[in-house]
Design a protein around this ligand. Structure first.
Ligand code: SAM
Ligand code: SF4
Length: 330
């Protein structure tokens, strides 16, 4: 078991398998992005070794993310291989966060590899808005992907970033749609990560306000927090579905943090909102034995900070953290 200096058990790992993506969501990326050179990325074999080492050390839940995880070439080889840890009982959940564009192709296979639930990011049900938000996304393709995932038997949670003046008038409709489809919904506040083409301060919509508005039309009952994550959940009594609020800016969730993140180049970030990282790639490549890697992981966990200091700085309008969400993985 991995315990950090603040007595938090670390049993949840998020791994970004690529920084690339087939979309260019306005809050996430600039349209003209420079991606990392391929040689800097961990190979699929290295990712497998890394994840397996974390699992040996006590990780129970593993989420693959990106960039868009399903655009990484041969990604199913990795997912299939990691499925062995589910079969052995070492891992209790293998999941991913995806923009949904490749799900018609992969949904059945994901299910077959032992993936039981996925998060699909979808900020709007309106095709024109979808185009404006994702820039390069194809709405029909994503909707077909979600339908394919549903019919493959995957449990689906829709993640939507709440954007002021963009989708704020639609969130109640999305809640109704998710309820009807049997999906959970999680709303996310924009986080000040990485340079984008615009100014984020204008996009920020506090979820406390969103919740108060939704409560005018829906009965929301607080649920006890059991995820150890930044989300707070309510039951939507009319649909029976769950609604989550991820509020990194307006609410401090760090005291129950159970996770660390690894980038596609093997940097372990102990906190999404801090720059400190541990270099696991060198530890991986230095030896065929996992001992240096284990030592590097434990050393990093040993300096996991107490919390983040995210702010959208209104004076400089600079992101609090320079790296993009697509590097660390959402
Ligand atoms: N491409 C996949 C997707 O979109 O689901 C996985 C990676 S994406 C970086 C993971 C999540 O981060 C998405 O739900 C996305 O909406 C969210 N995200 C990206 N940039 C963000 C930001 N600056 N603030 C808040 N959420 C962000
Ligand atoms: Fe790609 Fe996901 Fe970022 Fe959108 S949020 S640009 S889909 S990585």
């Amino acid at each position: 078991m991995m315990i950090d200096p603040f007595d938090r058990t670390i049993d949840y790992l998020r791994v970004s398998v690529t920084d690339r993506c087939d979309f260019r969501c306005v809050y996430c990326m600039a349209e003209n992005m420079t991606f990392l050179p391929k040689k800097d990325l961990l190979t699929l074999e290295e990712l497998d070794r890394l994840c397996s080492c974390f699992i040996d050390l006590g990780i129970k839940k593993l989420r693959l993310t990106g960039g868009e995880p399903l655009v990484r070439r041969d990604i199913m080889t990795l997912i299939r291989s990691l499925g062995r840890h589910l079969a052995s009982g070492a891992l209790s959940e293998l999941t991913l966060t995806t923009n949904g564009s490749q799900l018609t192709r992969y949904a059945m296979e994901l299910r077959d590899c032992g993936v039981g639930r996925i998060n699909v990011s979808l900020d709007t049900l309106d095709q024109t808005r979808f185009q404006a938000i994702t820039r390069w996304g194809r709405f029909d393709q994503v909707m077909a992907g979600i339908a394919a995932a549903k019919s493959a038997g995957l449990h689906i949670k829709i993640n939507a970033v709440a954007l002021k003046g963009v989708n704020e008038d639609e969130l109640s409709r999305m809640l109704a749609w998710c309820g009807a489809e049997g999906f959970d919904l999680t709303l996310i506040e924009t986080m000040p990560m990485g340079e984008i083409d615009g100014d984020r301060t204008g996009q920020y919509l506090p979820l406390s306000l969103v919740r108060a508005r939704l409560a005018n039309s829906w009965t929301l009952t607080d649920l006890p927090d059991c995820t150890g994550g930044p989300a707070r959940y309510v039951r939507v009594e009319e649909t029976g579905g769950r609604l989550g609020f991820i509020t990194p800016l307006s609410h401090n969730f760090c005291e129950s943090c159970n996770r660390v993140r690894v980038t596609c180049t093997g940097q372990m970030f102990m906190c999404l909102g801090q720059e400190d990282a541990a270099d696991l790639r060198s530890a991986l490549r230095i030896s065929d034995s996992d001992l240096p890697l284990q030592a590097a992981i434990l050393e990093g966990i040993g300096r996991k900070p107490k919390g983040h200091d995210f702010v959208i700085d209104r004076r400089t309008r600079r992101p609090a953290v320079q790296r993009h969400m697509s590097v660390t993985g959402g």
